[in-house]
Design a protein around this ligand. Structure first.
Ligand SMILES: [Zn+2]
Length: 511
């Protein structure tokens, strides 16, 4: 494939705030990015105060947004536990991602080495690069804490303090706030493991630009070995998108800080490769291409989708996501919401905000329809969401059929409310009802939304999202004065729309 764009999107949580913590019940970590040898970083930590005879230390098997085991423990070696006198305490490796540490209450320090998951975007051996870490001594470090830091199964929901030793000219780009302790040391806090893993960092000599969108501070951080002053160009592109998203979301963005961490590798190879992983308040974007001219455009598309995740799952998510299990996660059935509605907002916003023409919008719909046809239309979306690990073959349909279901839901809501309410309003109401710290029960969401809207919406969910009826595109597009030819996949305006169709179209896309 010439233009391989592989985007992987994550489910998320929690706002990033620094927590002042005086209690001893913390994980106190040291990560050394300065004295790196053989692409290995030395990591050590003091476990939280405890009374445990033993503890199971875990490095994630997988992280939110990925549905295949990545076994981050495979990069960890030489794990050693010692007491306060430096005497070794016995440990045993249980499997790739876990260790039993004996006499845990007397353990003063645990240290280990971590190898990086990838060195270059040229090699296609390691699939999920955007979730892994990469170390190039004295140049750049892409840090995903799930490959560097772990937790004890017996001691969860505990804050983390991370001390990072680094090159004096390096700057940490992240949604979390890094404090400078001295010229070679930074300190960062996370309220728990979930938040730490949800907040990747890029360490390098800074090429950063800050944007202010409403009250939201947006960091655009860029790394390329050759081009060291490019963040401003990228930020300029992203700014327009974000301002329109702000208007689309009713004028306020529901985050205080957001970070785009963009690593770009120049290559002699043909084509373009992109790998992205979004978090609740940041996005890691990895790109490789022969020419930088593709970059602004490609980033625009990705930035828009990923930034919309501040709505869901950040502010609207189920318990499965809030209490994510890094060894054996149980999946939510609402990927239609997290990915489908996010992608719907991404394609609906440009036409609603008059950024694109009606023809461009029709073209976008036709591409989604074409994409959807590559997948099985006879499977339940809640089913494949719940079983995302075994239904990888259908997963990408959340980005194709998902937004088309969002479109139908939007038109249905506007129809039932006489044009007064659509998915934009629904998502704002759900954000208000739940928000970052409050989750919904997976089994209750459809009923909750029905209570907030119309009884007919329950039937919509039952038929098209829980059930296996094909998405009713033709019927719903007709309501807003479009024809959809199911044979050719062509979407176009009806020649003589009636006043009802015109009114509903106006409410839907303001055209
Ligand atoms: Zn996504």
């Amino acid at each position: 494939m010439n233009n391989l764009i592989k985007l992987v999107f994550v489910l998320i949580i929690f706002p990033t705030t620094i927590i002042a913590q005086s209690s001893k019940k913390i994980y106190n970590y040291n990560i050394d990015l300065l004295h790196v040898s053989n692409d290995e970083v030395t990591v050590s930590f003091a476990p939280p105060k405890n009374n445990l005879k033993q503890g199971k230390f875990i490095i994630p098997k997988l992280v939110p947004g990925f549905y295949q085991a990545m076994n981050f423990g495979q990069y960890v070696s030489n794990l050693v536990a010692t007491d306060k006198n430096g005497k070794k305490i016995s440990t045993e490796r249980l499997d790739q991602n876990s260790w039993m540490v004996h006499d845990l209450k007397h353990v003063n320090k645990i240290s280990y080495q971590v190898a990086d998951g990838w060195d270059s975007l040229e090699k296609d051996t390691y699939e999920a690069k955007s979730a892994g870490s990469m170390f190039i001594k004295d140049s750049v470090f892409v840090i995903n804490y799930n490959s560097l830091v772990g937790y004890f199964e017996e001691i969860k929901d505990t804050p983390y303090q991370i001390n990072i030793t680094k090159n004096k000219d390096f700057y940490a780009s992240s949604a979390l706030d890094y404090k400078k302790k001295d010229k070679n040391t930074d300190i960062v806090w996370a309220k728990d493991y979930r938040q730490l893993v949800d907040s990747p960092a890029m360490y390098c000599v800074p090429d950063t630009t800050w944007l202010k969108i409403g009250h939201t501070e947006v960091l655009v951080s860029f790394y390329n070995k050759q081009e060291r002053q490019y963040s401003k160009t990228i930020a300029h592109e992203i700014e327009n998108i974000l301002k329109n998203q702000q208007a689309y979301l009713g004028g306020t963005l529901p985050v205080n800080k957001y970070a785009f961490l963009i690593y770009y590798e120049s290559s002699n190879e043909k084509g373009f490769m992109g790998d992205g992983l979004e978090h609740s308040q940041s996005t890691v974007c990895l790109y490789r291409s022969g020419s930088m001219k593709f970059l602004p455009n490609a980033l625009n598309r990705v930035a828009s989708h990923e930034f919309f995740h501040i709505v869901t799952p950040l502010n609207i998510h189920s318990g499965e996501i809030q209490h994510y299990d890094f060894l054996n996660p149980s999946m939510s059935k609402h990927l239609w919401l997290y990915e489908g509605m996010t992608e719907y907002a991404t394609i609906h916003m440009p036409i609603k905000q008059k950024m694109i023409s009606l023809e461009d919008f029709e073209k976008t719909l036709e591409e989604k329809i074409k994409g959807m046809k590559e997948f099985d239309d006879k499977v339940s979306f809640t089913e494949i969401s719940k079983n995302a690990m075994t239904r990888q073959d259908q997963y990408m349909n959340f980005y194709e059929k998902g937004p088309l279901l969002g479109l139908c839901l939007d038109i249905r809501l506007r129809e039932l409310s006489g044009g007064k309410m659509g998915t934009q309003d629904l998502m704002l109401q759900l954000m208000k009802k739940y928000g970052a710290g409050k989750y919904f029960n997976d089994d209750d969401l459809f009923d909750e939304i029905t209570t907030m809207t119309y009884p007919e919406i329950r039937t919509f969910f039952k038929d098209y999202i829980e059930g296996t009826q094909p998405v009713p595109l033709k019927e719903y597009l007709a309501k807003v004065g479009f024809t959809y030819d199911e044979n050719t996949g062509k979407v176009s305006l009806v020649p003589n729309p009636d006043s009802k169709q015109l009114a509903l179209r106006k409410a839907w896309i303001d055209q």
